[in-house]
Design a protein around this ligand. Structure first.
Ligand code: F6P
Length: 549
Protein backbone atom coordinates (compact mmCIF):
# COMPACT_ATOMS: atom_id res chain seq x y z
CA UNK A 1 0.00 0.00 0.00
CA UNK A 2 1.31 3.44 -0.89
CA UNK A 3 2.37 5.53 2.10
CA UNK A 4 0.00 8.20 0.76
CA UNK A 5 -2.93 5.96 1.71
CA UNK A 6 -1.79 5.54 5.32
CA UNK A 7 -3.68 7.12 8.19
CA UNK A 8 -0.54 9.02 9.14
CA UNK A 9 -0.36 10.63 5.69
CA UNK A 10 -4.03 11.58 5.76
CA UNK A 11 -3.66 13.15 9.20
CA UNK A 12 -0.73 15.21 7.98
CA UNK A 13 -2.69 16.31 4.92
CA UNK A 14 -5.50 17.51 7.23
CA UNK A 15 -2.98 19.18 9.53
CA UNK A 16 -1.41 20.96 6.52
CA UNK A 17 -4.81 22.50 5.69
CA UNK A 18 -4.85 24.00 9.18
CA UNK A 19 -1.20 25.05 9.16
CA UNK A 20 -1.51 26.82 5.80
CA UNK A 21 -3.73 29.34 7.56
CA UNK A 22 -1.09 30.06 10.21
CA UNK A 23 1.71 32.56 9.80
CA UNK A 24 5.29 32.29 11.04
CA UNK A 25 4.99 35.90 12.17
CA UNK A 26 2.56 34.69 14.84
CA UNK A 27 4.37 31.45 15.64
CA UNK A 28 7.90 32.80 16.09
CA UNK A 29 7.33 34.96 19.21
CA UNK A 30 6.50 31.81 21.22
CA UNK A 31 9.65 31.24 23.31
CA UNK A 32 8.66 27.73 24.41
CA UNK A 33 8.11 26.74 20.78
CA UNK A 34 11.53 28.18 19.85
CA UNK A 35 13.19 26.21 22.63
CA UNK A 36 11.42 23.01 21.59
CA UNK A 37 12.20 23.29 17.89
CA UNK A 38 15.95 22.90 17.92
CA UNK A 39 18.42 20.06 18.26
CA UNK A 40 22.16 19.67 18.54
CA UNK A 41 24.78 17.03 17.99
CA UNK A 42 28.53 17.33 18.40
CA UNK A 43 28.58 21.08 17.73
CA UNK A 44 26.05 21.02 14.88
CA UNK A 45 23.09 23.10 16.00
CA UNK A 46 19.80 23.00 14.10
CA UNK A 47 17.07 25.56 14.64
CA UNK A 48 13.93 24.45 12.81
CA UNK A 49 11.56 26.91 14.48
CA UNK A 50 11.08 28.73 11.18
CA UNK A 51 9.30 25.73 9.71
CA UNK A 52 5.59 26.35 9.23
CA UNK A 53 5.00 23.80 11.92
CA UNK A 54 4.28 23.21 15.56
CA UNK A 55 5.38 20.42 17.90
CA UNK A 56 2.14 18.71 16.78
CA UNK A 57 3.46 18.72 13.20
CA UNK A 58 6.58 16.92 14.32
CA UNK A 59 4.50 14.39 16.26
CA UNK A 60 2.49 13.65 13.10
CA UNK A 61 5.64 13.46 10.97
CA UNK A 62 7.15 10.97 13.39
CA UNK A 63 3.95 8.92 13.12
CA UNK A 64 4.40 9.00 9.34
CA UNK A 65 7.99 7.84 9.73
CA UNK A 66 6.78 4.95 11.88
CA UNK A 67 4.13 4.10 9.36
CA UNK A 68 6.85 4.04 6.68
CA UNK A 69 8.84 1.63 8.92
CA UNK A 70 11.68 4.13 8.93
CA UNK A 71 13.58 2.65 11.89
CA UNK A 72 13.48 -0.82 10.32
CA UNK A 73 14.75 0.52 6.99
CA UNK A 74 17.57 2.44 8.65
CA UNK A 75 18.59 -0.66 10.58
CA UNK A 76 18.48 -2.66 7.35
CA UNK A 77 20.73 -0.11 5.71
CA UNK A 78 23.21 -0.18 8.59
CA UNK A 79 23.34 -3.96 8.62
CA UNK A 80 23.91 -4.35 4.88
CA UNK A 81 20.54 -5.66 3.73
CA UNK A 82 19.92 -5.43 -0.02
CA UNK A 83 17.92 -2.20 0.21
CA UNK A 84 18.94 -1.18 -3.31
CA UNK A 85 16.50 -3.76 -4.56
CA UNK A 86 16.56 -2.94 -8.28
CA UNK A 87 20.32 -3.48 -8.37
CA UNK A 88 20.29 -6.16 -5.69
CA UNK A 89 22.89 -4.39 -3.55
CA UNK A 90 23.32 -3.29 0.02
CA UNK A 91 23.98 0.38 0.73
CA UNK A 92 26.91 0.79 3.06
CA UNK A 93 28.60 4.14 2.57
CA UNK A 94 28.61 4.50 6.39
CA UNK A 95 31.08 1.56 6.46
CA UNK A 96 33.55 3.81 4.60
CA UNK A 97 33.99 5.86 7.76
CA UNK A 98 33.31 3.25 10.43
CA UNK A 99 35.80 2.93 13.27
CA UNK A 100 38.52 0.39 12.65
CA UNK A 101 37.21 -1.95 15.35
CA UNK A 102 33.62 -1.88 14.03
CA UNK A 103 32.31 -4.97 12.26
CA UNK A 104 29.74 -4.83 9.48
CA UNK A 105 29.31 -8.18 7.80
CA UNK A 106 27.92 -8.77 4.34
CA UNK A 107 27.75 -12.35 3.09
CA UNK A 108 30.10 -13.41 5.86
CA UNK A 109 32.77 -10.80 5.00
CA UNK A 110 33.57 -7.85 7.24
CA UNK A 111 33.34 -4.85 4.92
CA UNK A 112 35.06 -2.58 7.45
CA UNK A 113 38.23 -4.71 7.07
CA UNK A 114 38.03 -4.22 3.30
CA UNK A 115 37.57 -0.49 3.76
CA UNK A 116 40.65 -0.20 5.96
CA UNK A 117 42.67 -2.37 3.58
CA UNK A 118 42.10 0.19 0.82
CA UNK A 119 42.44 3.17 3.16
CA UNK A 120 45.87 2.01 4.31
CA UNK A 121 46.93 1.46 0.70
CA UNK A 122 45.77 4.99 -0.21
CA UNK A 123 47.61 6.39 2.80
CA UNK A 124 50.86 4.62 1.83
CA UNK A 125 50.56 5.70 -1.78
CA UNK A 126 49.88 9.37 -1.10
CA UNK A 127 52.79 9.51 1.33
CA UNK A 128 55.12 8.03 -1.29
CA UNK A 129 53.96 10.63 -3.80
CA UNK A 130 54.07 13.53 -1.37
CA UNK A 131 57.47 12.47 0.03
CA UNK A 132 58.95 12.21 -3.45
CA UNK A 133 59.44 8.46 -3.29
CA UNK A 134 56.99 7.78 -6.12
CA UNK A 135 58.31 9.98 -8.91
CA UNK A 136 57.26 10.73 -12.46
CA UNK A 137 58.85 9.20 -15.54
CA UNK A 138 61.58 11.87 -15.68
CA UNK A 139 62.40 11.55 -11.99
CA UNK A 140 60.53 14.70 -10.96
CA UNK A 141 58.12 15.01 -8.06
CA UNK A 142 54.42 14.74 -8.87
CA UNK A 143 52.91 17.92 -7.48
CA UNK A 144 49.90 18.32 -9.79
CA UNK A 145 46.87 16.09 -9.59
CA UNK A 146 44.17 15.99 -12.23
CA UNK A 147 41.16 14.01 -11.03
CA UNK A 148 39.19 12.75 -14.02
CA UNK A 149 35.64 11.67 -13.23
CA UNK A 150 32.06 12.82 -13.47
CA UNK A 151 28.88 12.80 -11.35
CA UNK A 152 29.53 11.09 -8.04
CA UNK A 153 33.12 10.53 -9.08
CA UNK A 154 33.60 14.30 -9.18
CA UNK A 155 31.03 16.44 -7.36
CA UNK A 156 31.66 15.21 -3.81
CA UNK A 157 35.46 15.33 -4.07
CA UNK A 158 35.28 18.81 -5.58
CA UNK A 159 32.96 20.09 -2.83
CA UNK A 160 35.37 18.75 -0.20
CA UNK A 161 38.45 20.05 -2.03
CA UNK A 162 36.94 23.55 -2.09
CA UNK A 163 35.75 23.31 1.49
CA UNK A 164 39.32 22.56 2.66
CA UNK A 165 41.18 24.87 0.30
CA UNK A 166 41.06 27.85 2.67
CA UNK A 167 41.34 25.89 5.91
CA UNK A 168 44.69 27.17 7.21
CA UNK A 169 46.16 23.73 7.96
CA UNK A 170 44.98 22.23 4.69
CA UNK A 171 46.21 25.22 2.75
CA UNK A 172 49.67 24.82 4.29
CA UNK A 173 49.64 21.09 3.56
CA UNK A 174 48.81 21.76 -0.08
CA UNK A 175 51.44 24.47 -0.59
CA UNK A 176 53.19 24.08 -3.92
CA UNK A 177 50.64 21.53 -5.14
CA UNK A 178 47.78 21.83 -7.62
CA UNK A 179 44.51 19.89 -7.71
CA UNK A 180 42.25 20.14 -10.74
CA UNK A 181 39.08 18.30 -11.70
CA UNK A 182 38.19 17.24 -15.22
CA UNK A 183 34.57 16.17 -15.48
CA UNK A 184 32.87 17.50 -18.57
CA UNK A 185 33.53 15.83 -21.91
CA UNK A 186 33.57 19.37 -23.32
CA UNK A 187 37.12 19.92 -24.64
CA UNK A 188 37.02 23.32 -22.97
CA UNK A 189 37.07 21.54 -19.62
CA UNK A 190 40.10 19.51 -20.75
CA UNK A 191 41.87 22.72 -21.74
CA UNK A 192 41.04 24.34 -18.42
CA UNK A 193 42.08 21.32 -16.36
CA UNK A 194 45.47 21.02 -18.06
CA UNK A 195 46.24 24.71 -18.53
CA UNK A 196 49.68 25.59 -17.20
CA UNK A 197 50.47 22.09 -15.92
CA UNK A 198 53.74 20.33 -16.73
CA UNK A 199 53.14 16.71 -17.77
CA UNK A 200 56.28 15.50 -15.96
CA UNK A 201 54.91 16.80 -12.66
CA UNK A 202 51.31 15.67 -13.19
CA UNK A 203 49.55 12.63 -11.84
CA UNK A 204 46.14 11.85 -13.34
CA UNK A 205 43.66 9.98 -11.15
CA UNK A 206 40.95 8.34 -13.23
CA UNK A 207 37.93 7.99 -10.96
CA UNK A 208 35.15 5.83 -12.29
CA UNK A 209 33.16 3.18 -10.48
CA UNK A 210 32.32 1.37 -13.72
CA UNK A 211 35.33 2.50 -15.77
CA UNK A 212 32.98 2.65 -18.73
CA UNK A 213 31.47 6.14 -18.36
CA UNK A 214 31.77 7.72 -21.80
CA UNK A 215 32.87 11.17 -20.65
CA UNK A 216 35.46 9.90 -18.20
CA UNK A 217 36.98 7.37 -20.57
CA UNK A 218 37.33 9.91 -23.37
CA UNK A 219 38.84 12.46 -21.00
CA UNK A 220 41.20 9.80 -19.63
CA UNK A 221 42.34 9.03 -23.18
CA UNK A 222 42.81 12.74 -23.89
CA UNK A 223 44.97 13.15 -20.76
CA UNK A 224 46.89 9.97 -21.54
CA UNK A 225 47.68 11.35 -25.01
CA UNK A 226 48.73 14.67 -23.45
CA UNK A 227 51.07 12.87 -21.05
CA UNK A 228 52.45 10.54 -23.71
CA UNK A 229 53.19 13.38 -26.11
CA UNK A 230 55.79 14.65 -23.62
CA UNK A 231 56.77 11.52 -21.78
CA UNK A 232 56.27 8.61 -24.18
CA UNK A 233 54.51 5.31 -23.53
CA UNK A 234 55.89 5.02 -19.99
CA UNK A 235 53.64 7.90 -18.94
CA UNK A 236 50.60 5.69 -18.47
CA UNK A 237 52.00 3.53 -15.68
CA UNK A 238 53.93 6.33 -13.95
CA UNK A 239 51.51 9.23 -14.32
CA UNK A 240 48.08 7.65 -14.17
CA UNK A 241 46.34 5.80 -11.37
CA UNK A 242 42.75 4.67 -11.04
CA UNK A 243 39.94 4.45 -8.53
CA UNK A 244 37.38 1.92 -9.65
CA UNK A 245 35.48 -1.28 -8.98
CA UNK A 246 36.35 -2.62 -12.45
CA UNK A 247 39.90 -4.02 -12.21
CA UNK A 248 39.73 -5.70 -15.63
CA UNK A 249 38.92 -2.44 -17.45
CA UNK A 250 41.62 -0.59 -15.50
CA UNK A 251 44.23 -3.17 -16.58
CA UNK A 252 42.99 -3.02 -20.15
CA UNK A 253 43.50 0.75 -20.12
CA UNK A 254 47.18 0.05 -19.45
CA UNK A 255 47.41 1.01 -15.80
CA UNK A 256 49.59 -0.73 -13.25
CA UNK A 257 47.19 -2.87 -11.13
CA UNK A 258 49.22 -1.83 -8.07
CA UNK A 259 48.10 1.71 -8.73
CA UNK A 260 44.42 0.96 -8.68
CA UNK A 261 42.41 1.68 -5.55
CA UNK A 262 39.22 -0.28 -5.29
CA UNK A 263 35.82 0.19 -3.80
CA UNK A 264 32.68 -1.89 -3.87
CA UNK A 265 29.29 -2.12 -5.52
CA UNK A 266 27.68 -1.31 -2.15
CA UNK A 267 28.99 2.26 -2.49
CA UNK A 268 26.74 4.32 -4.76
CA UNK A 269 28.63 6.83 -6.93
CA UNK A 270 27.06 9.87 -5.30
CA UNK A 271 27.72 8.41 -1.83
CA UNK A 272 31.36 7.57 -2.59
CA UNK A 273 33.30 10.62 -1.39
CA UNK A 274 34.60 8.76 1.68
CA UNK A 275 35.94 5.88 -0.41
CA UNK A 276 39.11 6.02 -2.49
CA UNK A 277 37.03 8.18 -4.89
CA UNK A 278 37.55 11.16 -2.61
CA UNK A 279 40.49 9.98 -0.56
CA UNK A 280 43.00 9.50 -3.39
CA UNK A 281 42.81 12.96 -5.02
CA UNK A 282 42.14 14.81 -1.77
CA UNK A 283 44.86 13.12 0.27
CA UNK A 284 47.37 13.55 -2.56
CA UNK A 285 46.67 17.26 -2.32
CA UNK A 286 46.17 17.80 1.42
CA UNK A 287 47.91 14.78 2.97
CA UNK A 288 46.05 12.00 4.75
CA UNK A 289 45.69 13.62 8.20
CA UNK A 290 42.90 16.11 7.26
CA UNK A 291 41.08 13.32 5.46
CA UNK A 292 41.16 11.19 8.61
CA UNK A 293 39.49 14.11 10.43
CA UNK A 294 36.97 14.43 7.60
CA UNK A 295 36.09 10.74 7.98
CA UNK A 296 35.81 11.17 11.76
CA UNK A 297 33.30 14.00 11.26
CA UNK A 298 31.19 11.85 8.97
CA UNK A 299 31.43 8.98 11.48
CA UNK A 300 30.19 11.22 14.27
CA UNK A 301 27.12 12.10 12.19
CA UNK A 302 26.59 8.44 11.22
CA UNK A 303 26.59 7.34 14.85
CA UNK A 304 24.14 10.06 15.74
CA UNK A 305 21.92 9.14 12.79
CA UNK A 306 21.86 5.45 13.60
CA UNK A 307 21.18 5.95 17.32
CA UNK A 308 19.36 9.21 18.15
CA UNK A 309 15.60 9.34 18.57
CA UNK A 310 13.47 11.03 15.91
CA UNK A 311 13.04 14.36 17.64
CA UNK A 312 16.78 14.82 18.27
CA UNK A 313 18.09 13.25 15.10
CA UNK A 314 19.44 15.97 12.80
CA UNK A 315 19.28 14.14 9.44
CA UNK A 316 15.80 12.88 10.31
CA UNK A 317 14.56 16.32 11.28
CA UNK A 318 15.86 17.82 8.04
CA UNK A 319 14.25 14.98 6.11
CA UNK A 320 10.90 15.05 7.94
CA UNK A 321 10.53 18.76 7.28
CA UNK A 322 11.63 18.17 3.70
CA UNK A 323 8.72 15.76 3.33
CA UNK A 324 6.41 18.18 5.13
CA UNK A 325 7.33 21.07 2.85
CA UNK A 326 7.23 19.20 -0.43
CA UNK A 327 4.53 16.57 0.06
CA UNK A 328 2.14 18.45 2.33
CA UNK A 329 2.70 22.16 1.91
CA UNK A 330 3.38 21.82 -1.82
CA UNK A 331 6.80 23.50 -2.08
CA UNK A 332 8.77 21.53 -4.68
CA UNK A 333 12.16 23.27 -4.42
CA UNK A 334 14.71 23.79 -1.71
CA UNK A 335 17.54 26.30 -1.47
CA UNK A 336 20.89 25.49 0.13
CA UNK A 337 22.42 28.70 1.41
CA UNK A 338 25.80 28.29 3.05
CA UNK A 339 27.13 31.55 4.45
CA UNK A 340 30.63 30.40 3.69
CA UNK A 341 32.39 30.84 0.38
CA UNK A 342 34.37 27.65 0.87
CA UNK A 343 31.07 25.76 0.49
CA UNK A 344 30.45 27.15 -2.98
CA UNK A 345 30.29 23.64 -4.47
CA UNK A 346 28.16 22.19 -1.67
CA UNK A 347 24.84 22.78 -3.42
CA UNK A 348 26.12 21.13 -6.60
CA UNK A 349 27.07 18.04 -4.62
CA UNK A 350 23.82 17.87 -2.67
CA UNK A 351 21.95 18.40 -5.93
CA UNK A 352 23.31 15.11 -7.24
CA UNK A 353 22.99 13.26 -3.94
CA UNK A 354 19.39 14.31 -3.54
CA UNK A 355 17.98 14.68 -7.04
CA UNK A 356 19.60 11.55 -8.48
CA UNK A 357 18.49 9.62 -5.41
CA UNK A 358 14.92 10.74 -4.89
CA UNK A 359 13.88 12.07 -8.28
CA UNK A 360 11.82 8.95 -8.92
CA UNK A 361 8.36 8.29 -10.29
CA UNK A 362 7.65 4.84 -8.88
CA UNK A 363 7.75 3.21 -5.47
CA UNK A 364 10.04 0.28 -4.70
CA UNK A 365 7.30 -2.12 -5.79
CA UNK A 366 7.24 -0.48 -9.24
CA UNK A 367 3.85 1.19 -8.75
CA UNK A 368 3.45 4.80 -9.86
CA UNK A 369 3.72 7.22 -6.93
CA UNK A 370 0.53 9.17 -6.23
CA UNK A 371 2.65 12.21 -5.28
CA UNK A 372 5.79 13.87 -6.62
CA UNK A 373 8.93 12.59 -4.88
CA UNK A 374 12.25 14.40 -4.86
CA UNK A 375 12.90 18.07 -4.61
CA UNK A 376 14.64 20.65 -6.75
CA UNK A 377 17.83 21.52 -4.91
CA UNK A 378 19.84 24.59 -5.78
CA UNK A 379 21.92 27.14 -3.99
CA UNK A 380 24.75 29.59 -3.76
CA UNK A 381 26.74 30.94 -0.88
CA UNK A 382 25.34 33.93 0.92
CA UNK A 383 25.74 36.81 0.54
CA UNK A 384 26.16 36.28 -3.23
CA UNK A 385 22.75 34.62 -3.49
CA UNK A 386 21.15 37.64 -1.83
CA UNK A 387 22.15 39.72 -4.84
CA UNK A 388 20.80 37.12 -7.22
CA UNK A 389 17.81 34.85 -6.61
CA UNK A 390 16.72 35.97 -3.12
CA UNK A 391 14.30 38.41 -4.75
CA UNK A 392 12.24 35.39 -5.80
CA UNK A 393 12.64 33.79 -2.37
CA UNK A 394 11.27 36.90 -0.64
CA UNK A 395 8.49 38.08 -2.93
CA UNK A 396 8.08 35.39 -5.60
CA UNK A 397 7.62 31.68 -5.02
CA UNK A 398 8.04 30.04 -1.66
CA UNK A 399 11.25 28.00 -1.56
CA UNK A 400 12.12 26.46 1.81
CA UNK A 401 15.77 27.13 2.57
CA UNK A 402 18.60 25.71 4.65
CA UNK A 403 20.86 28.44 6.01
CA UNK A 404 24.27 27.04 6.98
CA UNK A 405 26.61 29.25 8.98
CA UNK A 406 29.70 29.09 11.17
CA UNK A 407 30.58 30.76 14.44
CA UNK A 408 34.14 31.37 13.28
CA UNK A 409 35.67 31.95 9.87
CA UNK A 410 38.42 29.87 8.30
CA UNK A 411 39.96 33.19 7.34
CA UNK A 412 39.27 35.89 9.96
CA UNK A 413 39.59 39.44 8.69
CA UNK A 414 38.96 42.88 10.13
CA UNK A 415 38.98 46.14 8.24
CA UNK A 416 40.01 49.19 10.21
CA UNK A 417 37.18 51.39 11.47
CA UNK A 418 34.42 48.96 10.40
CA UNK A 419 32.27 48.25 13.48
CA UNK A 420 32.41 44.45 13.09
CA UNK A 421 34.74 41.87 11.58
CA UNK A 422 34.12 40.72 8.01
CA UNK A 423 32.82 37.39 9.27
CA UNK A 424 30.40 39.18 11.62
CA UNK A 425 29.26 41.27 8.68
CA UNK A 426 28.55 38.06 6.75
CA UNK A 427 26.77 36.53 9.72
CA UNK A 428 24.61 39.62 10.27
CA UNK A 429 23.07 38.71 6.93
CA UNK A 430 22.87 35.05 7.90
CA UNK A 431 20.73 35.84 10.95
CA UNK A 432 18.63 38.49 9.22
CA UNK A 433 17.54 36.56 6.14
CA UNK A 434 15.64 33.69 7.81
CA UNK A 435 13.58 36.19 9.80
CA UNK A 436 12.93 38.35 6.75
CA UNK A 437 11.65 35.26 4.97
CA UNK A 438 9.58 34.10 7.93
CA UNK A 439 8.06 37.35 9.13
CA UNK A 440 8.05 39.49 6.02
CA UNK A 441 6.79 43.06 6.14
CA UNK A 442 3.13 44.08 6.15
CA UNK A 443 1.48 46.99 4.34
CA UNK A 444 0.93 48.64 7.73
CA UNK A 445 4.62 48.36 8.57
CA UNK A 446 5.44 49.87 5.18
CA UNK A 447 3.06 52.77 5.76
CA UNK A 448 4.48 53.34 9.25
CA UNK A 449 7.96 53.46 7.70
CA UNK A 450 6.75 56.32 5.48
CA UNK A 451 6.75 54.38 2.20
CA UNK A 452 4.58 56.21 -0.38
CA UNK A 453 1.21 54.49 -0.88
CA UNK A 454 1.81 53.68 -4.57
CA UNK A 455 4.97 51.74 -3.67
CA UNK A 456 3.55 49.84 -0.73
CA UNK A 457 2.37 46.79 -2.73
CA UNK A 458 5.88 46.48 -4.16
CA UNK A 459 7.52 46.80 -0.75
CA UNK A 460 5.33 44.30 1.07
CA UNK A 461 7.03 40.99 1.94
CA UNK A 462 4.45 38.25 2.44
CA UNK A 463 6.73 36.23 4.76
CA UNK A 464 5.67 32.78 5.96
CA UNK A 465 8.59 31.27 4.04
CA UNK A 466 10.10 28.38 5.97
CA UNK A 467 13.77 27.74 6.62
CA UNK A 468 16.20 25.78 8.76
CA UNK A 469 19.18 27.39 10.39
CA UNK A 470 22.28 25.24 10.89
CA UNK A 471 25.08 26.72 12.96
CA UNK A 472 28.45 24.97 13.25
CA UNK A 473 31.71 25.99 14.94
CA UNK A 474 34.00 26.51 11.93
CA UNK A 475 34.36 24.92 8.51
CA UNK A 476 37.22 22.44 8.76
CA UNK A 477 37.78 18.83 7.68
CA UNK A 478 35.74 17.47 10.61
CA UNK A 479 32.69 19.68 10.10
CA UNK A 480 32.89 19.10 6.34
CA UNK A 481 32.53 15.38 7.10
CA UNK A 482 29.60 16.09 9.41
CA UNK A 483 27.83 18.14 6.74
CA UNK A 484 28.42 15.50 4.09
CA UNK A 485 26.90 12.73 6.20
CA UNK A 486 24.06 14.96 7.43
CA UNK A 487 22.86 15.59 3.89
CA UNK A 488 23.46 12.03 2.70
CA UNK A 489 21.24 10.69 5.49
CA UNK A 490 18.61 13.39 4.96
CA UNK A 491 18.20 12.11 1.42
CA UNK A 492 18.03 8.47 2.48
CA UNK A 493 15.35 9.21 5.08
CA UNK A 494 13.18 11.08 2.60
CA UNK A 495 13.51 8.20 0.18
CA UNK A 496 12.60 5.71 2.92
CA UNK A 497 9.47 7.69 3.72
CA UNK A 498 8.42 8.10 0.10
CA UNK A 499 9.31 4.40 -0.41
CA UNK A 500 11.46 5.02 -3.47
CA UNK A 501 14.82 3.43 -4.20
CA UNK A 502 17.23 6.27 -3.38
CA UNK A 503 20.20 4.23 -4.55
CA UNK A 504 19.68 3.56 -8.25
CA UNK A 505 19.61 6.13 -11.08
CA UNK A 506 17.87 4.59 -14.05
CA UNK A 507 16.63 7.99 -15.18
CA UNK A 508 20.08 8.85 -16.52
CA UNK A 509 20.11 5.96 -18.99
CA UNK A 510 17.79 6.94 -21.82
CA UNK A 511 19.64 10.10 -22.79
CA UNK A 512 22.94 8.21 -22.80
CA UNK A 513 21.49 5.55 -25.13
CA UNK A 514 20.11 8.13 -27.53
CA UNK A 515 23.46 9.93 -27.52
CA UNK A 516 25.11 6.75 -28.82
CA UNK A 517 22.80 6.80 -31.86
CA UNK A 518 23.51 10.47 -32.44
CA UNK A 519 27.24 9.81 -32.12
CA UNK A 520 27.00 7.06 -34.79
CA UNK A 521 25.19 9.44 -37.11
CA UNK A 522 27.77 12.18 -36.56
CA UNK A 523 30.63 9.75 -37.24
CA UNK A 524 28.91 8.56 -40.43
CA UNK A 525 28.20 12.08 -41.63
CA UNK A 526 31.70 13.35 -40.85
CA UNK A 527 33.27 10.59 -42.97
CA UNK A 528 30.67 10.87 -45.72
CA UNK A 529 29.05 14.33 -45.90
CA UNK A 530 26.36 12.88 -48.22
CA UNK A 531 25.30 10.23 -45.72
CA UNK A 532 21.60 10.39 -45.06
CA UNK A 533 20.52 11.54 -41.60
CA UNK A 534 18.13 8.82 -40.54
CA UNK A 535 16.40 7.38 -37.53
CA UNK A 536 15.47 10.69 -35.86
CA UNK A 537 12.30 12.76 -35.71
CA UNK A 538 12.10 15.70 -38.17
CA UNK A 539 13.04 18.30 -35.57
CA UNK A 540 16.19 16.45 -34.51
CA UNK A 541 17.08 15.61 -38.13
CA UNK A 542 16.88 19.30 -39.02
CA UNK A 543 19.05 20.26 -36.06
CA UNK A 544 21.64 17.63 -36.95
CA UNK A 545 21.66 18.78 -40.55
CA UNK A 546 22.35 22.32 -39.42
CA UNK A 547 25.09 21.15 -37.03
CA UNK A 548 26.79 18.97 -39.61
CA UNK A 549 26.63 21.41 -42.52
O1 F6P B 1 25.15 9.90 -14.17
C1 F6P B 1 25.04 8.59 -13.79
C2 F6P B 1 26.21 8.05 -13.02
O2 F6P B 1 26.08 6.68 -13.03
C3 F6P B 1 26.30 8.58 -11.60
O3 F6P B 1 25.44 7.98 -10.72
C4 F6P B 1 27.73 8.34 -11.29
O4 F6P B 1 28.12 9.02 -10.15
C5 F6P B 1 28.36 8.84 -12.56
O5 F6P B 1 27.47 8.41 -13.57
C6 F6P B 1 29.76 8.37 -12.83
O6 F6P B 1 29.86 6.98 -12.90
P1 F6P B 1 31.24 6.24 -12.84
O7 F6P B 1 31.86 6.50 -11.51
O8 F6P B 1 30.94 4.79 -13.06
O9 F6P B 1 32.12 6.78 -13.93
Amino acid sequence: MSIARSEAWKKLAAHARVMRKRHLRDLLPDAARARAMCAEHDGVFLDYSRQLATPETLRLLVALARSARLAEKIEGMYAGECINATEDRPVLHHALRAAEDEVIEVDGADVVRQVYGVQHAVHRFVERVRDGEFLGATGRRLTNVVAIGIGGSYLGPEFVAESLATDPECRAAAAGRTLRFLANVDPIDTARALAGLMPERTLAVIVSKTFTTAETMLNARAVRAWLQRSLGQQATARHMVAVSTNAAAVAQFGLDPDNMFGFWDWVGGRYSVCSAVGLVPLALHYGFAPLARFLAGARSMDRHFFSAGYARNLPMLLALFGVWNSSFLGFPARALLPYCQALHRFAAHVQQVDMESNGKGVALDGKRLPFAAGEIDFGEPGTNGQHSFYQLLHQGRTVPADFIGFRRSQQPLEVESHPVSNHDELMANFFAQPDALACGRTAEECAAAGIPARLIPHKVFPGNRPSNVLLLPVLDPYTTGQLLALYEHRTAVQGFIWDVNSFDQMGVELGKTLALRVREQIARSRSDPDARIKGFNPATSALLKRYLS
